[in-house]
Design a protein around this ligand. Sequence first.
Ligand SMILES: [Zn+2]
Length: 95
Amino acid sequence: MKHLILLEILTGADTWTSESQPMSALARIQADPRTKEVCNEGEDGWWVMLADGYCWPEGQTHAIHERTLKAVWRELRTVRLCHCSECKILNTHDL
Ligand SMILES: [Zn+2]
């Protein structure tokens, strides 16, 4: 039992330190509370599904679509609380 726990800690620590850049654009995007999911569409670039209750003002959508992670990160900072009927319910505590 003890060995299993130790193994989990060790493997966890390993994946943590294997990041070549500790805070890459992708890591920053994934760590942002407004991000729900990041998808790489290859040639099409990147999709970021936004967390519940947020929208991307530029596209008026609940996801960001950009060609590069740098652009995604720039756009992610413009993401605001959404007031569409779907999100209104989720955001009532912020009004
Ligand atoms: Zn919404």
